[in-house]
Design a protein around this ligand. Structure first.
Ligand code: FCB
Length: 439
């Protein structure tokens, strides 16, 4: 059973999240091409080479989707703006139709009593910027600052919160070292530079928004619990290295102005010249910090070049994308974040699971998802009881949507979407949450 709203401190906020490319339908409204379109069009990258051209058609059905949030008793909608929808070439020309869309969306939230929580960038880099090297090019900090200014000038007076970049680890490591996300690179130099430039762009955007008088500015990072695969010191070291580049690099940069020492031997030769001086920008003060959390990994040493480790399949029950269910990890990271963020308000900005949902007789009985959410909410309560300043929890995701390299195969939504008809059907988890949030 899901813990009720009244079992959380007064004012604790509940929300649901989506992102632009995953739900809007990028073919609509004059949006420019992105590196996800070309990544998806390249064989082997995405299941069935699917892309976000239509997705959930949130671009036209946003009113219905906001009604679902309202009727589900949510307080916050965490959404993102597509850079290529607002500025199709990434720089210069603004697509008025795109900006108007987000303007309507924000007003639609306010009209329904929902707090708009903006993420400026959730992964759809405009192709012309990808052509210039994308996140590998230091100039991206300035380009991103300009995009931020365009969005902030239009929406900034009505947002509840804003964060520059969703999950820097995915933008950096997953996309440039593992090659699993656009632009699909596998190169250590590209990785080190992209990871640093993401932080530089983050700090630049925060400065721009502060300069415009915006409030409640934060950051959203993802965390994955790294457990040694066995009791050997080698496995412990391997897990510690994984933890350093996954869980500590970005938060350490933002809050301490330094990178984890374990990474320096491999990374320092590839970081852009004068990188240490960028911390003045990267450390721009924040008002809150957001954690996205889903799973843990078992890490073992492996032969080969740095980082010389591999993932090992773990024994815990798994979600439909094969991720182990490990709720205690969320508690661990809420405590760990505090080492860096101190008294700053924390939010769980994403948590949820992919389940093998079946629509039968007009409903989806996703008892597994309800149990997942309940277990993670209880870990939130445990952290709160210990004094962690956690102020809200947002589910991923409101809707089944385009799950990146997994295409439309894997369903994370509280609301089922039939991708042929685009019909929305709230699942049992949606109804259970709506009830819990009323009590
Ligand atoms: C997170 C992403 C989100 C979605 C979930 C499952 O890493 O932020 O877009 O893909 O994972």
């Amino acid at each position: 059973m899901l813990p009720s709203r009244s079992s959380f401190p007064p004012g604790f906020l509940f929300g649901a999240a989506t992102s632009a490319y995953q739900v809007e339908g990028h073919a609509f409204g004059g949006a420019g091409g992105t590196h996800w379109d070309t990544f998806a069009a390249t064989p082997g990258n995405v299941v069935r080479a699917e892309n976000g051209a239509r997705a959930c058609d949130h671009y036209h059905r946003w009113g219905e989707d906001l009604d679902l949030l309202r009727a589900g008793n949510f307080d916050v909608y965490r959404f993102s703006t597509s850079w290529a929808r607002v500025m199709p070439e990434g720089r210069g020309r603004v697509n008025a139709e795109g900006l108007d869309f987000y303007d309507r969306l924000v007003d639609g939230m306010l009209a329904r009593g929902l707090k708009p929580a903006l993420t400026l960038y959730h992964w759809e880099l405009p192709s012309p910027l990808a052509d210039l090297g994308g996140w590998r090019n230091r100039d991206i900090a300035g380009w991103f600052g300009d995009f931020t200014e365009v969005v902030a000038r239009r929406l900034g007076d009505r947002l509840w919160s804003a964060a520059p970049i969703n999950e820097p680890w995915c933008v950096g490591w997953l996309s440039h070292f593992l090659g699993q996300h656009a632009p699909g690179m596998r190169d250590i130099r590209a990785t080190a530079r992209a990871m640093h430039h993401v932080l530089l762009a983050h700090g630049t955007a925060i400065k721009v928004m502060r300069g415009l008088g915006m409030k409640n500015l934060g950051a959203v990072c993802n965390f994955e619990y790294a457990a040694p695969a066995d009791a050997s010191p080698e496995a412990a070291a391997a897990a510690q290295l994984y933890d350093a580049y996954y869980n500590r690099f970005f938060i350490s940069g933002m809050f301490r102005g330094e990178y984890p020492a374990e990474l320096m031997a491999a990374f320092a030769p590839h970081l852009p010249e004068g990188w240490q001086d960028d911390f003045a920008t990267i450390r721009a003060p924040l008002d809150w910090f957001g954690l996205n959390y889903y799973t843990r990994k078992l890490i073992a040493p492996a032969p080969g070049p740095w980082p010389a480790h591999r993932e090992v399949e773990g024994p815990l029950p798994k979600t439909d994308v094969g991720w182990e269910i490990f709720p205690e990890g969320l508690h661990h990271f809420l405590r760990m974040a505090q080492e860096y963020t101190g008294e700053l308000p924390l939010y769980v900005t994403e948590n949820g699971m992919a389940a093998p949902d079946r629509l039968a007789a007009g409903s989806v009985h996703d008892a597994d998802r309800i149990a997942y959410l309940a277990a993670h909410l209880r870990q939130c309560q445990r952290a709160i009881a210990e004094g962690v300043p956690l102020r809200g929890y947002f589910c991923w995701s409101l809707l089944d949507n385009y799950e990146w390299s997994l295409g439309y195969d894997k369903r994370f939504g509280l609301v089922h979407v039939d991708f042929a008809t685009l019909r929305r059907v709230p699942k049992a988890s949606y109804h259970a949450l709506a009830t819990a949030l009323q009590r």
